[in-house]
Design a protein. Structure first.
Length: 553
């Protein structure tokens, strides 16, 4: 730190939410100091107030939330009482925000690079052409594929992980004094996450930028933060330097966060010879337009078992799922359901074939219609696939809510906006179960959830699988999730299966070199882990070149 006065100073902050004229406390008398070049990590379970506190550091609150008392200053400017002109001048230029859900944050009607250039142009930092050249430099350093071209795509034309990196680049476009990172690596695979974390950390350090890093991943915050503040239901539990906090947390709640992810279900044996798989991919090759994405992909998923499909962003995991569902017809090869070939396109499949294969999506925020009540979201597939209406339909929706461990009386008439992230994901599970399928694709279903909530979702999925003998395809980049729930693992790279087998075999050497790379890239609860890994791989500072380019050197 190069100065005595903090860049951001928060004192006795109290924030409330108002629902149906009832006041709900969200932040209760929290203090925070943040200096230039310093990173503070905010951790805690869902509902702790992490994002609310991070947004308050910008002088911003979500709809329905109000600052009831306290002080928030940025570089001596009172953000609580600041007028809209002052805030407009600060936000985007001196203060930037990287949201958790890039898919919900980008404007789908405009190309990515146009949205990147908006803030530099509005704030007269640089003209469009220069800002676009700068964007390409940032895309390159944040390991986006085809950096010269990818910005000219629309948001829906890139993967979630790629869009998240594009948002990180956009936040850096005006060289802000303060960046709030709200779960910025949630959608990234482990190998990409390392490079993005290193680039962010070096850029923050070199430009003397202050940062608030919000995350539920304790191993990640250990690599990023100088200090860690723990929150629980709006209260500050404790704060300490990262090394101290990781080695010897004082409070029992903090210790409980450190001990999470103890769940690991017993691995089921491999299928018996001759047992017909529920889903079988046989030499599937697929492409987007003229770009090949899958090359001769084959693997089986049997009843009552979970196959985890892992690999970097762009490896073909989700594309394989799209071929299974019929959203992307293969160029060659076929998908079998219980030994019977499925029509390549979902449009050619009958209702029974559609019913058997369901999906649970990564981002419940964007997967659930915010204008539909829970009763409608779950009730539509009940009516469409099972033909139930009236009281029979309502009874079935109640049963499904009970299965996902939500009180039907409380949640039946709620909207998704009235639910937490974990509750929304449970609704996504209920919607998939409503069709009474035999096979469910779980696409990164825990990546956006804090570790306590994610563990609850994994336990729920395991229980439902045992009760209903379901087959799961679990797409994930989180290898701790693989350890917790998988029976078999398929490793994909560049559209090909490079290794597959039983979980206990896959986590023991010798590995395929790519599998070894994935395993070695999983962050550990040690603040020196990232530095040591970069040294082992012969990388001094991934972000140095990016910093040099951004500074115009």
């Amino acid at each position: 730190m190069t100065e005595k006065e903090p860049l951001v100073r928060i004192r006795n902050l109290n924030i409330i939410g108002i629902t149906d004229e009832t006041e709900v406390p969200i932040i209760n008398g929290v203090d925070l100091d943040l200096h230039r070049g310093e990173v503070i990590g905010l951790i805690g379970e869902s509902g702790a107030g992490k994002s609310t506190l991070g947004l308050a550091a910008m002088g911003f609150t979500r709809d329905g939330c109000h600052i009831r008392g306290g002080e928030v200053t940025f570089d001596g400017i009172d953000l609580v009482d600041a007028g809209p002109e002052i805030r407009r001048e600060l936000l985007g230029k001196r203060i930037a925000y990287v949201a958790q859900s890039a898919a919900a944050s980008f404007n789908p009607a405009h190309r990515i690079i146009r949205q990147h250039s908006e803030a530099p142009m509005v704030h007269s930092v640089m003209p469009r052409q220069q800002s676009e050249e700068d964007a390409i430099d940032l895309y390159n350093r944040l390991r986006l594929p085809n950096p010269e071209e990818i910005g000219f795509r629309y948001p829906h034309q890139v993967s979630g992980g790629q869009l998240q990196r594009a948002m990180t680049a956009m936040a850096m476009s005006c060289r802000p004094d303060l960046i709030i990172f709200d779960e910025p690596t949630t959608a990234l695979d482990v190998t990409t996450q390392i490079e993005v974390l290193a680039a962010i950390r070096d850029i923050v350090s070199q430009f003397n930028t202050a940062a608030i890093y919000i995350t539920h991943d304790l191993a990640v915050v250990a690599q990023m933060a100088d200090r860690i503040k723990v929150l629980f239901r709006g209260d500050e539990v404790e704060e300490a330097a990262t090394g101290t906090m990781m080695k010897s947390p004082k409070e029992e709640y903090t210790k409980s966060l450190w001990a999470v992810r103890s769940f690991q279900r017993k691995q089921k044996p491999l299928a018996k010879k001759g047992e017909v798989p529920v889903i079988s991919l046989q030499s599937v090759t697929a492409a987007y337009a003229t770009t090949p994405v899958l090359r001769e992909v084959s693997f089986d998923i049997h009843r009552g078992r979970t196959v985890a499909v892992v690999g970097e962003s762009g490896s073909g995991k989700s594309t394989a799922a799209r071929c299974i569902t019929g959203l992307l017809p293969p160029l060659s090869g076929q998908v079998l359901n219980n030994g019977n070939p499925l029509p390549a396109s979902f449009r050619q499949r009958n209702r029974e074939q559609l019913r058997q294969i369901q999906m649970i999506y990564q981002m419940a925020d964007t997967a659930l219609n915010p204008r539909m009540k829970i009763s409608e979201i779950i009730g539509r597939p009940v009516e469409f696939y099972l033909g139930l209406t009236g009281n029979e339909k309502k009874k079935r929706v109640f049963q499904l809510l009970e299965q996902i461990e939500l009180d039907p009386a409380q949640y039946y008439n709620r909207l998704p906006t009235e639910l937490s992230g974990g509750q929304k994901q449970r609704i996504g599970i209920a919607r998939a179960l409503a069709a009474e399928p035999e096979f469910i694709i779980c696409d990164e279903v825990t990546s956006a959830l804090d570790q306590l909530v994610a563990e609850g979702i994994l336990k729920l999925l395991a229980k439902l699988q045992d009760q209903m003998d379901l087959a799961y395809m679990f797409i994930t980049h989180d290898l701790s999730t693989v350890r917790a729930i998988a029976d078999e693992v398929v490793v994909m790279k560049d559209g090909e299966v490079v290794e597959s087998g039983a979980k206990n075999k896959m986590f023991k050497p010798p590995h395929h070199p790519y599998t070894d790379l994935l395993l070695s890239s999983v962050p550990e609860m040690d603040e020196n882990w990232l530095d040591e890994l970069l040294d082992q791989r012969g990388v001094e500072n991934i972000g140095d070149a990016a910093v040099s380019k951004m500074a115009g050197n």
